[in-house]
Design a protein around this ligand. Sequence first.
Ligand code: NCD
Length: 313
Amino acid sequence: MIGRHRHCLALEDFSRAEILEVLDLATSMKEVLRRPIKKVPSLRGKTVVNLFFEASTRTRSSFEIAAKVLSADALNWTASGSSVTKGETLLDTARNLEAMRPDVLVIRHAAGGAPRLVADHVACAVVSAGDGAHEHPTQGLLDAFTIRERLGTLEGKTVAVVGDVSHSRVARSDLHAFRRLGAKVRFCGPPTMMPAGADRLGAEVHHDLRTALEGADAVVMLRIQHERIGDPLIPGTREYSRHWGLDARKARAWLAPGAIVLHPGPINRGVELSPDVADGERSVILDQVQNGVAVRMAILYLLAGGEPAEARA
Ligand code: NCD
């Protein structure tokens, strides 16, 4: 359990205390990752099934490594090559995999709400690894972890989330996590990529990158989610990059000296982020990847019911 939750589906449902429970445990988990022998027996005999209906590099391997460091067995399932191509439904697929008695099902799906639908029909714990443009809760947690690690706290900080906000599940999970932990969130992007009512969600809405970055302590750059966009929403990527992309010149001129740059990956270099910023000293992008393993270890541990003493052994 994470607080009162048997599943990890959306950060909108998580309280500040529940988010902190994950982040604090992830700090101990990160220490395990620094050991020469990265293995603890906490989830021995438990099984984690990764059910990915959408492409993934970081998230899927991160869940797999997290499970293995905790000694759980991990099974990776991808839609291509499975019976989904023969017409099997999401629920049938999930129920059949569940019949093999996993302890945790990790699901990524193009439809918002798919992990919750599965959670309502299976007995094991379900973790969302991203559902459509809805939420990507573990990304929100690892982003919050990374900012807290670098800046000490999110309390009183300002975080700008820039790009294709309306199609980004990362933007929504970041918003909930950052606000619960006391940060002010600015959404910035072209008007066609800003969800209606973004201000009612609690974000300050900007269309001008310069004002969005002014006084920000951290900035999360987002990829244009081409796979979720029908007709083009912008004149072209060059135009987009000129207005909403971050390069070294803009970073130097508009960002405060200690401000950090995050990106969930995959980066479209030269579109939302120039290589000199992505690989530069403000970038914490590879920290995010490493912290992702620690955060997912904490989540698997809490939901699969390991023993606290063992995890920290
Ligand atoms: C993100 C996703 O899939 O939502 N990637 C990730 O999980 N690290 C962001 C993206 O694809 O742009």
